[in-house]
Design a binder for this molecule. Structure first.
Ligand code: PLP
Length: 430
């Protein structure tokens, strides 16, 4: 009899990211294992300074300082080489017989992925749906909740534009009320932030829309405190975690939101075009799927994954990104990236005419921070950094913010940040 499993095993197609023959195990496991042994008694914050360790991690990426120093990882991050190779491998496989390899083989990897993503998020796999980006994850919830004319949603002008647009569309179409707070970041006072939301609540408020790490400035918001306050008033909470999952150490349920959406192609370094939605188990049935499902009122999280044909290679590549991430460890990664931000930001502060727009207190920032130079526009500063120093940054001119956002990642070299400082110094001198 034709034994499909044996055939597939022989053909090497069942060797996914979670097996002993994963690409990560081939390429990094031994060297990283020895390294981890050498550093096993060192705290994550001390580890952040060990360049010999991080130089090994850096080699896992193909992104380097040449031809470009990429300091806009908050926008989108490159994938490690093992992740790129996995996507390539799954793509080649898919093109040998798409309907078979994608729908019969690669599709089988989704449950493993769900479990591993849930493990990293400290939650149940039954609360995790895999999709393509944070926009898709969050808009699923924004459009999927029943709201009526006059019901209020409170967000802020510092949330992500796609989410604001989605709420505005509901406002236009259905007559809900979308109220937006405005913060003057950095704010180093949780009570002040919680009070801003609390003071905006009325008897019609049904939802708070929060952003865990504000993309404009990198401010980390006290989402758990805000959510707790909201729940006391029977208000639900949506959390945009595009910049937090895979960067900060936390369990998603501990944030105390009801819904959480994230991109996986930012700090997790998963393939570009991958995302994830978490919905608290008891809330799943009340959210209508964005696309369609056999039973739209089902409490099965998989109803959000009926996306039609999409890139299975990208989805399955997430597994190798998790292997890479887990081998470093979230806290170590968080502390290293925070150290890199502190490294450039504290030096930048010593340069005349330079201003920071992000708190350097550790509870309020990690990877992302913003800088400006008096008399130089954000676009001009970003262009000069690119033209002269080949540094890619993100210029921001929005509402009360005029600055350039800098966001390193684990593969960023100290020498890249020295180049940034040199650039800021020379530009500030005109
Ligand atoms: C806070 C925040 N939310 C959501 C998004 C959207 O992410 P994506 O483009 O992956 O959907 C971003 C993108 O930068 C973001 O910064």
């Amino acid at each position: 009899m034709f034994d499909r499993r044996t055939f597939l095993k022989k053909a090497g197609v069942l060797t996914g990211a979670f097996s002993a023959t994963s690409l990560f195990n081939h390429l990094h496991a031994q060297e990283w294992g020895t390294l981890a042994e050498d550093y096993k008694n060192i705290s994550p914050s001390e580890m952040a300074t060990k360049e010999d360790y991080w130089s090994v991690i850096q080699k896992g990426y193909s992104a380097s300082s040449d031809p470009l120093i990429m300091l806009n990882n908050g926008g989108v991050s490159p994938s490690p080489i093992v992740v790129q190779n996995a996507v390539e491998k799954f793509n080649l496989m898919s093109n040998q017989g798409p309907s078979y390899y994608m729908w019969r083989i690669l599709d089988q990897g989704r449950e493993n992925l769900r479990e591993s993503l849930a493990k990293l998020g400290g939650c149940s796999p039954e609360e995790i749906a895999i999709n393509r980006n944070a926009t898709e994850a969050l808009v699923t919830v924004i459009y999927g909740l029943d709201l009526h004319r006059g019901d209020e949603v409170i967000g802020s002008h510092q949330d992500y534009p796609n989410m604001m647009l989605a709420w505005k569309q509901r406002e236009m179409r259905e007559g809900i009320v979308y109220k937006q707070l405005s913060f003057n970041f950095p704010v180093e006072n949780d009570a002040e932030i919680v009070a801003a939301y609390q003071n905006a609540i009325t008897p019609n408020t049904k939802i708070l829309h929060l952003t865990h790490v504000i993309n404009w400035t990198g401010q980390i918001m006290p989402v758990q405190k805000i959510a707790r306050m909201a729940h006391e008033k029977g208000i639900e909470v949506i959390i945009d975690g595009a910049h937090s999952y895979g960067l900060l150490e936390f369990n998603i349920p501990d944030l105390e939101g009801d819904y959480f959406g994230t991109s996986l192609h930012k700090y997790l370094s998963a393939p570009i075009g991958s995302g994830m939605l978490w919905v608290k188990k008891e809330k799943i049935s009340k959210v209508w799927p964005l696309v369609c499902a056999g039973d739209p009122k089902s409490d099965n999280i998989r109803k959000f994954e009926n996306l039609g044909t999409r890139s299975f290679p990208i989805e399955q590549g997430i597994g190798e990104a998790l292997n890479f991430h887990n081998a470093i460890g979230t806290k170590r990664k968080e502390e290293r990236i925070r150290y890199l931000k502190d490294y450039w930001a504290t030096r930048a502060l010593e340069i005349p005419k330079v201003k920071l727009h992000t708190s350097l207190k550790h509870e309020y920032s990690c990877a992302l921070a913003c800088v400006s130079i008096e008399g130089v526009s954000p676009t001009d500063l970003s262009d000069q950094l690119m033209k002269t120093y080949k540094i890619q940054t993100s210029p921001i001119s929005y509402e009360n913010l005029h600055c350039v956002r800098i966001s390193p990642h684990v593969y960023t070299k100290i020498s890249d940040l020295d180049t940034l400082i040199e650039g800021l110094e020379k530009i500030s001198r005109g």
